[in-house]
Write a protein that binds this ligand. Structure first.
Ligand SMILES: [Cu+2]
Length: 280
């Protein structure tokens, strides 16, 4: 029996509404049969040293779980090219940090269809520290970054994977020109609080993240502490990467955080997502 068990259902199809009213088709997870779509997938979490079992319901032999950054053995790694598709995955979470999961069957398409979610490993004692003996935090947020290309839903029999032209630029599944106000995205804290912001890039463009002028330090990358934390003005994050940011605002106010999504070749900004950091 694993220390943590998770059961995820899959909905055959659903859609999410973008800021302009366009409905984007997804293949989302749910937390029980017939329930509302969850996009991104639910936050899964465990402590350092815990064993975890994740089971996929109504999979119909099409999808897998790949726990990105976690050292699962081959049968539990969810790569259909190396092991037959399974419904149940077992692994050990031996390093605190920020990870994520996604379907690894026809990955480029299934990921674009929304089959991903965040995974957080806390220290062995479950305390609010970035890792065992690492920096403490008062609050944590996860920003899952991604983009949608509406045309990939329209081109039958299959989209042109060589041509990704996204029109929607997301944080935690929401887009728009107005700052995202959702409580899982907009940061609210007291002056002096240490906030851990876990960035996960589940899209394909380059994302540049800035926090409205608030100083921050990058303390971990891809589930591993940085020996020497960095203190840049912005963080550039590529597909699949994670960065853990520690920000301790001292001056009350509202700060305009943003994620700019850059073209891989020209580095032109293709679109942005915005949210606010409110310091009380
Ligand atoms: Cu899939």
């Amino acid at each position: 029996m694993a220390d943590r068990t998770y059961l995820l259902w899959l909905r055959k199809s659903a859609s999410v509404r973008m800021h302009d009213g366009v409905e984007i088709g997804i293949w989302p997870f749910t937390d029980s049969k017939g329930q509302a779509a969850l996009f991104p997938g639910p936050l899964l979490a465990s402590n350092e040293g815990q064993t975890v079992e994740v089971t996929f319901k109504n999979n119909m032999n099409e999808h897998t779980f790949h726990f990105h950054g976690i050292d699962a053995d081959t049968p539990n790694d969810g790569v259909p090219e190396t092991w037959p598709v399974m419904d149940t995955y077992n692994f050990l979470t031996d390093r605190a940090g920020t990870y994520w999961y996604h379907c690894h069957a026809n990955t480029v398409l299934h990921q674009q269809m929304g089959m991903y979610g965040p995974y957080v490993v806390l220290p062995a004692d479950g305390s609010n520290r970035a890792w065992t003996g690492g920096p403490a935090f008062a609050k944590q947020y996860v920003w899952m970054l991604s983009e949608f290309d509406a045309a990939w839903r329209l081109n039958n029999p299959k989209p042109n994977f060589a041509y990704f032209n996204p029109g929607y630029f997301l944080i935690n599944g929401r887009d728009g020109f107005d700052p995202i106000a959702a409580a899982d995205t907009a940061i609210s804290c007291n002056a002096g609080d240490a906030v851990l912001l876990r960035l996960i890039h589940a899209g394909y463009l380059i994302a540049q993240v800035s926090l409205g002028g608030l100083p921050f330090s990058v303390i971990a990358s891809d589930g591993r502490p940085l020996l020497v934390p960095e203190a840049p003005q912005l963080v550039e994050i590529a597909a699949g990467e994670r960065y853990d940011l520690l920000v301790t605002p001292t001056v009350p106010g509202t700060y305009a955080a943003r994620v700019d999504y850059l073209d891989w070749y020209t580095r032109a900004v293709r679109g942005s997502a915005r949210t606010a950091i409110t310091v009380l």
